[in-house]
Design a protein around this ligand. Structure first.
Ligand SMILES: *Cc1c(COP(=O)(O)O)cnc(C)c1O
Length: 376
């Protein structure tokens, strides 16, 4: 490994998570892992290949450029674009044979001009209030789509606003009720949409009744729980015994070792002062790489030879400093685990997120795309 900073992705872990989802949704539903945000930091093309190999059916991306990258890599599985596709991008999206979420008439009018058969999924507004068609506008919108013979109304979907942040699922129930109402409104007009979907990871794990025809699983496909609330809820209801295996290990190497006398300051802002003679290791990773500056002073550590080496001073742009006084064998170019396991120790994405004051979703997605992802 020539890079000083790389991410190892466990193929077995990704496959095991897909198998777990397949087990709970059954063989006939469409399993659509979300690979947006560079596959939550796990490598877009790399993770997509593993997922398809493991039996995933579709891939969910946020934007056209991700779909293009997958097609250029020779991946011909169905791709569903979850995010907004610009009016000028629609032609290419259809050429790349992507399905997409729709909620604007302007999008439909443009799709009507495209060659081929655009396939669209109407987003129903049920309470997230980001995107989505309101109940009162639904029938007209669906009829507008169907008025163009070339567009296929393939899907009906919505997205939960408050399912992983709580163990009280009444808001999710309300959204589900509104989703079912929307479906009924269309049925009453004689419009039957074949693929209905609303479940993200938390919904898929907790509520089998949200599975419908397809599940869009993100975070949990990478082996991370959507939240501790989801984990707790899963022990009480839903799909008990559901097992997730994290796949992400971020590594670097020691770039220098120095001994610093007692009473010296470490790094920018002089936020840390040595209280004793200190053996310090310099690691070539920083906030540019996605090692969150917010972990400075939080008690954060890295793992060297399976031992904790505490972060000292602030995270710099390209460097962090860690204390290895208690790891006397630590030496130049030793492997360093920034996130993931080493020996008996694990720095989970959740622990790192606690240090940084954010969520697991953010810490893996923020690891710079330039850093190689190695599937092993
Ligand atoms: C990202 C996303 C998901 C996946 O959510 P997770 O909580 O990561 O499982 C599902 N649906 C939509 C619309 C999304 O944008």
């Amino acid at each position: 490994m020539t890079d000083l900073n790389w991410v190892e992705i466990s193929r077995e872990a990704l496959k095991s998570n897909i198998s777990e989802f397949r087990r709970i949704i059954g063989p006939d539903k469409i399993l659509c892992p979300c690979v947006k945000a560079n596959a939550y930091g796990h490598g877009l093309v790399e993770s997509s290949r593993v997922y398809l190999d493991a039996g995933a059916d579709w891939l969910g991306v946020n934007a056209l450029y991700e779909a293009r990258t997958l097609r250029e890599a020779g991946i011909d599985a169905p791709i569903y674009i979850l995010g907004y596709v610009g009016l000028e991008e629609l032609r290419e999206a259809v050429e790349l044979d992507c399905r997409m979420v729709v909620y604007n008439r302007a999008t439909i009018a443009k799709l009507a001009e495209c060659d081929g058969k655009p396939r669209v999924h109407i987003k129903i507004e049920t309470g997230n209030n980001r995107q989505g068609v309101l109940k009162g506008e639904l029938v007209d919108f669906a009829k507008y789509i169907l008025s163009f013979g070339n567009i296929e109304l393939e899907g009906l979907n919505t997205h939960f606003a408050n399912i992983e942040d709580t163990t009280d699922h009444s808001y999710a129930e309300l959204q589900l009720k509104r989703f079912l109402e929307a479906d009924q409104i269309l049925k009453d007009e004689g419009i039957e949409v074949p693929i209905k979907h609303c479940a993200n990871s938390a919904a898929t794990i907790l509520f089998p009744k949200t599975h419908f025809d397809m599940v869009r699983v993100g975070i949990a496909a990478y082996g991370m729980w959507p939240s501790s609330e989801t984990y707790v809820s899963s022990l009480e209801e839903g799909t008990k015994g559901f097992k997730l295996t994290p796949a992400f290990t971020w590594k670097s190497k020691i770039a220098q070792i120095r001994t610093i006398p007692a009473g010296e300051y470490i790094g920018y802002g002089c936020t840390y002062k040595t209280s004793h003679e200190t053996k310090m290791a310099i690691i070539p990773v920083g906030y540019y790489d996605g090692y969150d500056r917010g972990v400075s002073g939080s008690g954060a550590y890295v793992l060297i030879r399976g031992e904790r080496a505490p972060l000292r001073g602030r995270v710099c742009m390209n460097i962090i400093m860690v204390e290895v006084t208690d790891i006397p064998e630590a030496s130049l170019e030793d492997e360093v685990v920034l996130m993931g396991g080493s020996g008996d120790e694990v720095i989970s994405a959740e622990l790192f997120a606690d240090w940084a004051g954010t969520i697991n979703y953010e810490v893996t997605t923020r690891v710079n795309e330039r850093i190689p992802r190695i599937v092993n």
